[in-house]
Design a protein around this ligand. Structure first.
Ligand SMILES: [Mg+2]
Length: 293
């Protein structure tokens, strides 16, 4: 038994990869009158002085700030509607469909998009990107009896992000399923060779490493409007010295950009390989089928 491995998955980090800002700074803090400087300073104190994990530290700090009148997840989703993105988004998702030829589609090849973020799932779920994304994995809040956020339900640190690559690989998108269950390679709906990961820096290193180790593809993006060049330097280091990624490109998602050229080439190359393998399989089964000449 095997499954048709005809899905190509493009997996994105969110902050600084699809958006030039951090989602909390962009839509959450203004809505609740939170001063970003003191918020992040409180988080840093928890991390540096008390040894908190940084993602738990920001979730706790947020709950502390909002404890007088905590919002519901639905209210957080509504704030997500105001999230902005790099140029070319969300139009790119529709345009990428044209990279697949009728021959590709004829054997069932299709594109899926996923977001794996250490930010807040509710905000991304409410964003204009959501209709194009098969699944969003991010930090989540549980709610109290009145539906108001009360405790972290899911925390995705940058090292835990790799778990979600394996979930996509194994098709285990239902989070109640154990991602560590054994699954033979030919039963995994999205082999890593059909996966493309886009990230922006050191927090994506565990995911870049998984892609490299298992034959996947990766692109590190940088903001070329960042005059400090920190954004570019992060990517340059990853590619030139740490040997984590082969490709780096400015975070311009418009048709014809360097990033789009690389991404589309990866998609077409992957689709062509799937098509070739499928034709070989059909050819082989014709030759080996008994009773046929
Ligand atoms: Mg990022």
């Amino acid at each position: 038994m095997s499954v048709p491995q005809t899905t190509i998955a493009v997996v994105y980090d969110y902050d600084q990869t699809l958006s030039p800002t951090y989602m909390q700074d962009e839509v959450l803090f203004p809505a609740y009158g939170i001063d970003p400087g003191s918020f992040w300073k409180k988080c840093q104190t928890l991390v540096r002085q008390d040894g908190w994990e940084s993602e738990l530290a920001y979730l706790k700090t947020l709950l502390d700030y909002l404890q007088m009148d905590p919002p519901t997840n639905r209210e957080l989703e509504k704030l997500g509607a105001n999230l902005g993105f790099y140029q070319g988004l969300p139009e790119m998702f529709g345009e990428l469909e044209e990279t697949l030829s009728p021959a590709h589609r004829g054997i069932g090849i299709r594109l899926e998009h996923y977001i794996v973020s250490s930010g807040m799932k509710a905000l991304i779920d409410g964003s204009r990107l959501r209709p194009f994304i098969k699944e969003v994995f991010g930090c989540e809040f549980a709610t109290d009896s009145e539906g108001r956020i009360s405790f972290p339900k899911r925390v995705i640190s940058h090292t835990q992000k790799t778990q979600y690559l394996f979930r996509i690989n194994k098709g285990l998108l239902d989070l109640s399923q154990d991602v560590n269950d054994h699954m033979p390679a030919d039963m995994r709906p999205v082999p890593f060779s059909n996966m493309i990961y886009l990230g922006d820096g050191p927090t994506d290193v565990p995911c870049f490493t998984i892609m490299k180790q298992y034959g996947g593809h990766a692109i590190a993006v940088y903001n070329n409007e960042d005059k400090s060049r920190n954004s570019f330097r992060k990517c340059y280091q990853l590619a030139a010295h740490a040997n984590r990624v082969k490709h780096i490109a400015p975070s311009d998602f418009r048709a014809g950009s360097h990033l789009r050229l690389i991404l589309e080439e990866m998609i077409v190359e992957t689709a062509d390989r799937i098509l070739r393998n499928r034709r070989d399989e059909i050819e082989d089964s014709r030759v080996s089928a008994p009773g046929h000449t």
